[in-house]
Design a protein around this ligand. Structure first.
Ligand code: ZN
Length: 376
């Protein structure tokens, strides 16, 4: 359902067919059902119905409300035509279907350190919509093989099942991506966000991507070797825009409070701890450190368990326990590292605190058995 959304993945292969000029959508526009565009919309409406009912959809109102608010501000008169679905997936991605369905991955929310960085990506997506980029790509296609190639499918056979699912996530041309970056940045500025934040996002992603194993990258990085070029282009463009003024931005971290631990757990499940540690370092540098962050960071170190990691994990878990919003798992991690180091009484104290704070934890019996073995 959620795979293959590589919209933002592409500063696509060079040598693309030049993009035909496509007009801006008028607000409230609906295509004639007999046209190619009408067909694309129908296919995407069916896909949208599935996503709306998906168990992977995140419905936390603080999260969806904040993302929708950013889209509303960016999209202006088009806002009423765009529906936003936040979905639980650890990659960095968002996609925009031609009928106004926007998908935002939870892994993206973990990596946009400011509201402005989130707005950078979402503005880019809104631009794909208002410039009808998907339609333009389909209009350029010459026959089924071209369409299949456009959709990133292996061959014509894949088309039979693929069109409906993939029409909203077709890869865009290099020119379309550049146009979406430029237009998105203009929207960002008009909406009063700080364009200066945009290049930092791509620099962060690049630093993280370098630590992901080759061939096992998150969706953005699979086909996107050019984040450094993109960061440079955005930096150049941002410098030409007048300074934005918007007052105090709403911190994303606050809106994510209800799902942050879930997002960290999803990240750790990838088992790519060096990249996770880099991601957590970026969050701390951006001022987004809190109890859940330090706890996840400690877990990444504990699970990686390379030379020196145990001591770093201890320090990081201890840091987590000093935060007002420290989750019980901070003491669990602390206890596990101390136990491995042979600090029996230290481990006992940490485990007791864990069980007192999370008596119904799924691993409560296991942790209790560690207390019992220690003769507590
Ligand atoms: Zn894009």
């Amino acid at each position: 359902l959620l795979r293959g959304c590589l919209c933002c993945a592409a500063l696509a292969a060079t040598g693309c067919v030049a993009t035909e000029p496509t007009s801006n959508l008028a607000p409230g526009y609906r295509p004639d059902s007999a046209t190619l565009e009408g067909g694309l919309w129908r296919a995407m409406q069916r896909e949208e119905a599935r996503i709306a009912d998906s168990p992977n959809r995140i419905r936390d109102p603080a999260v969806t409300g904040h993302v929708e608010e950013v889209v509303r501000r960016l999209a202006g008169e088009h806002a009423a035509d765009i529906r936003v679905y936040v979905v639980r997936a650890p990659g960095f991605n968002a996609s925009m279907a031609p009928n106004g369905m926007m998908q935002v991955w939870s892994g993206l929310l973990l990596r946009t350190q400011t509201e402005s960085q989130l707005a950078t990506v979402l503005g880019h997506e809104v631009a794909h919509y208002t410039r009808r980029h998907t339609l333009a790509r389909f209009q350029q296609a010459r026959g089924a093989a071209d369409v299949a190639a456009l959709l990133g499918l292996g061959g014509v056979a894949g088309l039979v099942v693929g069109v409906a699912a993939m029409a909203g996530v077709a890869s865009f041309s290099r020119e379309q991506e550049a146009e979406a970056d430029a237009l998105g940045l203009a929207m960002l500025n008009t909406a009063g966000y700080v364009a200066d934040d945009a290049p930092g996002l791509w620099e962060n992603l690049l630093a993280e991507a370098r630590l992901r194993p080759e061939g096992n990258r998150l969706p953005l990085f699979a086909t996107h070797p050019a984040s450094d070029q993109r960061a440079a282009a955005l930096r150049e463009a941002a410098a030409t825009l007048p300074a934005a003024s918007r007052g105090t931005p709403r911190p994303l971290r606050t809106s994510l409070r209800g799902i942050r631990q879930m997002l960290f757990a999803d990240e750790l499940r990838l088992g790519q701890y060096a990249a996770s540690v880099e991601l957590f370092r970026q969050a701390e540098a951006a001022g987004n450190a809190d109890g859940p962050l330090y706890t996840a960071w400690g877990e990444a170190l504990r699970l990686r368990n390379e030379a020196g990691d145990a001591d770093l994990a201890l320090a990081t878990f201890r840091r987590a326990t000093t935060e007002a919003d420290a989750p019980p798992e901070a003491w669990r991690g602390l206890g596990l590292v101390l136990r491995r180091q042979g600090d029996r009484s230290g481990a006992q104290a940490a485990f007791r605190t864990y069980l007192a704070r999370a008596p119904r934890a799924t691993d409560a019996a296991l942790i209790q058995s560690y207390l019992d073995e220690a003769g507590a």
